[in-house]
Design a binder for this molecule. Structure first.
Ligand code: SF4
Ligand code: SF4
Length: 342
C-alpha cells in the first residue's frame, strides 16, 4: 500500500463526487436532527460529527427487507424460479471503526461455513471508507471491546480528522484504486500529521465515559446462567426489538413467501429479533418462554456463542446503539458490569 497521505477537507466532496461517477456513494448526513447514512447527491455531507449514525451501515449489505427470489407455479413440474441479487457498486464513506468491525463480524458469519450469496454479492462490490472517532459519544464503549476508537484493520481506506485536513491510510487494493483515481487531491503526510493523529487517538481513548471489563464478564457469564439478574434486567422490556435492529452485528432473519398473483409469489427476507416472543415460537412450545431467557440469549450470543464459533472475536462492537435506542433504558454495559462483579 502507498504511504500515508493527506487531503484538504474542502476537497473531500470532490473526491467523493468523482467516485460517484461509476458507483453509488453513501455518506453520513443529518435528516430531521438524526445522523444517518444516505446517498451522496440527495443529501449534504456531514464531515465532522461526534459518535456514529443511529443505524449502522449494515443495511447496505444486509437490507432490513429484501426480495430473494420469485417463483411461478403455473407449470407444476417446471416451476419458474428467478433469484434476485444486488451487485451495485458502492463506496460507503464515514464508517466508524466499531462499524468496520461490525462488518468484519458479518463477514465471518455470512462468508464462512455457509455462504450467503446475497450478502456476498453486495460485500464484494462495496468499498469501505472509515472515519476514526476523535470524540466518542456517551454510550460508546468500543475501547473496551478493542474495536475503536481508531481503526487498525477491516477498512479499504480510513480517514482521521486533523481539523482542516484528513490523514488518509489505505488498507486494500480496492482502496488504493479509489484513491489513485484523483491522485492530485492527495499529498504525502508529514511526521507532524502522523504525530497529531496519534495525539488525537490517545485523547479519544481517554474520553470514554463507559468502561466494561469484557474479559471478566466473558469469564463469569456461564456461571450467571441461572442468576436473577436476567429477570431483573429484562423486567421493563417492551419487546420493541430496537436493540437488535440497530445493532451492527445482529444478523437473524425471517423468510416469508408473499403471494402476488394466482400462481406467483415472491420470497422475502426481513430482519428478525431474538427479543421478540415469536422468534422461538414453535407449534408445541416456545423454547425461550420469557424475556429473561431472551435477554440472556442476546448477551450470550454476543459474548459466548460468537467468539466460540468465530475465532474468539466477540459479536459486540461496543457501539452503544442498543443503549441509546432502548426506550426503557436497558443497558448492556450495566448488565456486563453486574456479571463481571459476580
Ligand atoms: S450489542 Fe449493543 S453495543 Fe454491542 S454491537 Fe450490538 S448495538 Fe452495539
Ligand atoms: S430495545 Fe429495550 S425494550 Fe426494546 S426489545 Fe431491546 S431491550 Fe427490550
Amino acid at each position: 500500500m502507498s504511504a500515508t497521505r493527506i487531503i484538504d477537507k474542502k476537497k473531500l466532496a470532490d473526491f467523493l463526487e468523482t467516485l460517484s461517477s461509476d458507483c453509488e456513494v453513501i455518506i453520513p448526513t443529518v435528516e430531521d436532527g438524526n445522523l444517518l447514512f444516505s446517498e451522496l447527491g440527495s443529501s449534504k455531507l456531514e464531515d465532522s460529527f461526534k459518535g456514529r449514525p443511529i443505524v449502522s451501515p449494515k443495511e447496505y449489505l444486509f437490507p432490513q427487507k429484501e426480495k430473494i427470489l420469485a417463483f411461478d407455479t403455473t407449470d407444476k413440474v417446471n416451476v419458474d424460479i428467478k433469484a434476485y441479487t444486488n451487485d451495485k457498486k458502492r463506496v460507503i464513506w464515514g464508517i466508524r471503526p466499531c462499524d468496520l468491525h461490525g462488518i468484519k463480524t458479518l463477514d465471518a458469519i455470512y462468508l464462512s461455513d455457509f455462504v450467503d450469496t446475497y450478502y456476498q454479492a453486495r460485500r464484494k462490490n462495496t468499498i469501505m471508507m472509515g472515519l476514526n472517532c476523535n470524540e466518542p459519544c456517551e454510550t460508546c464503549f468500543c475501547n473496551s471491546c478493542q474495536t475503536g476508537p481508531f481503526a487498525s484493520e477491516a477498512y479499504d481506506v480510513v480517514f482521521t480528522d486533523l481539523g482542516d485536513k484528513y490523514l488518509v491510510k489505505v488498507g486494500s487494493d480496492a482502496g488504493q484504486e479509489a484513491v489513485d483515481k484523483i491522485p492530485n487531491l492527495f499529498a504525502e503526510a508529514t511526521n507532524d500529521d502522523e504525530k497529531k493523529a496519534g495525539e488525537l487517538e490517545e485523547k479519544s481513548k481517554q474520553s470514554f465515559q463507559r468502561k466494561v471489563d469484557v474479559d471478566v464478564a466473558k469469564q463469569n457469564l456461564p456461571e450467571s446462567w441461572d442468576d436473577a439478574l436476567w429477570a431483573e434486567e429484562s423486567e421493563m422490556c417492551i419487546l420493541c426489538g430496537g436493540c437488535n435492529f440497530t445493532c451492527p452485528t445482529c444478523h437473524c432473519f425471517n423468510i416469508e413467501d408473499v403471494q402476488c398473483g394466482e400462481k406467483a409469489s415472491i420470497r422475502m427476507r426481513y430482519w428478525d429479533s431474538c427479543q421478540l416472543g415469536g422468534f422461538t415460537q414453535m407449534a408445541a412450545e416456545n423454547t425461550r418462554e420469557n424475556q429473561a431467557a431472551r435477554l440472556r440469549q442476546r448477551i450470550f450470543h454476543k459474548y459466548i456463542y460468537t467468539p466460540d464459533k468465530y475465532d474468539g472475536a466477540i459479536g459486540c462492537t461496543g457501539c452503544g446503539r442498543c443503549i441509546e435506542v432502548c426506550p426503557v433504558n436497558i443497558d448492556i454495559t450495566h448488565i456486563l458490569g453486574r456479571v463481571a462483579s459476580k
